[in-house]
Ligand binder design. Structure first.
Ligand code: SAM
Length: 280
């Protein structure tokens, strides 16, 4: 690579070398002139360039300082692009945009470094950032978890989190041959479109997620036993009653519950026990 930069595995530096895949990512993000896009990890700027040419105002957040002079050079002819040095797991996205007078919604587009995929997606969702959609390249196994439904091996607390806030869909399967250096796994481009309202209406979102985490924490156990160990202040016998109030068979395991059923269970819990998360 120019500037004598060697890609760092620890930073997930697998650069896309397929123009076709890059075009498909930009198309999936439905870029319209004037859109604000936050790109995580521009690398050498190949995706950044296409986003800008499609009319987006791009804030590209890159952790690796070594890439900054290179990006400055490769993107110099484009307007509406700004490269910011920072860590996507730490940066204050609201401030990043507000400081530039950007207060509306934005899109997230990225060929994500694998090691930050799940914490970054969780962060964007849990912190309530007003992103309208995200189009991200993730390792295939994470993509499967994002879209998984009840009763499948890939279904877990992460699937529920993503599907509570967004409508996820697989856009494109991408073989490792499309990257340099090639990673050890294949990838999938995922589109997550934020729902106007969360998928289910619950009394308390924190209680809902605590119940979901508890149920999947010991996923092979029946609900009352799994939830007893979840630190929610109820023992097994009382969880049996909560299941009954919720109209859910207490012999079931968490991995079989739909998001709607998790909502019923969480609401029955807060009604029965009170909400330990109130005001949080
Ligand atoms: N967008 C380029 C492409 O498609 O070829 C590069 C993608 S590469 C998979 C991931 C990029 O994310 C690298 O440039 C890496 O330095 C950067 N990166 C790694 N960790 C990061 C973090 N925590 N915050 C921001 N960028 C990060």
């Amino acid at each position: 690579m120019r500037y004598g930069i060697r890609p760092r595995k620890s930073l997930g530096q697998n650069f896309l070398i397929s123009g076709n895949v890059l075009d498909r990512i930009v198309a999936a993000a439905e870029i319209r002139s004037g859109d604000t896009v936050v790109e995580i990890g521009p690398g050498v700027g190949v995706l950044t360039r296409r986003l800008a040419l499609a009319g987006a105002r791009v804030i590209a957040l890159e952790l690796d300082r070594r890439l900054l002079p290179l990006l400055e050079e490769t993107l110099a002819d484009l307007s509406g692009v700004e490269v910011v040095q920072g860590d996507a797991l730490e940066v204050d996205f609201r401030a990043l945009l507000a400081e530039r007078g950007l207060t509306g919604t934005f899109k997230v587009v990225a060929n994500l470094p694998y090691y930050i995929t799940s914490p970054l997606i969780a962060r964007l969702l849990e912190e309530g950032h007003p992103f309208e959609l995200a189009v991200v390249m993730v390792q295939r196994e994470v993509a499967e978890r994002l879209v998984a439904g009840p009763g499948t091996k890939a279904y877990g607390a992460f699937s529920v989190l993503v599907q509570y806030y967004t409508q996820p869909a697989s856009v494109l399967r991408v073989s490792r041959r499309n990257f340099s250096p090639p990673p050890e796994v294949d990838s999938t481009v995922i589109l997550m479109r934020r729902l106007k309202e969360p998928r289910v209406k619950v009394n308390s979102a924190p209680a809902f997620f605590a119940v979901v985490r508890g149920a999947f924490g010991q996923r092979r156990k029946m609900l009352p036993s799994a939830l007893e160990g979840a630190g929610l202040g109820l023992d097994k016998r009382f969880w049996m009653q909560v299941c009954e109030i919720a109209g859910i068979d207490p012999k079931r395991r968490g991995e079989t519950l739909s998001i709607g059923e998790f909502g019923q269970l969480a609401d029955a819990y807060t009604k029965y026990h009170g909400n330990p998360f109130a005001g949080k």
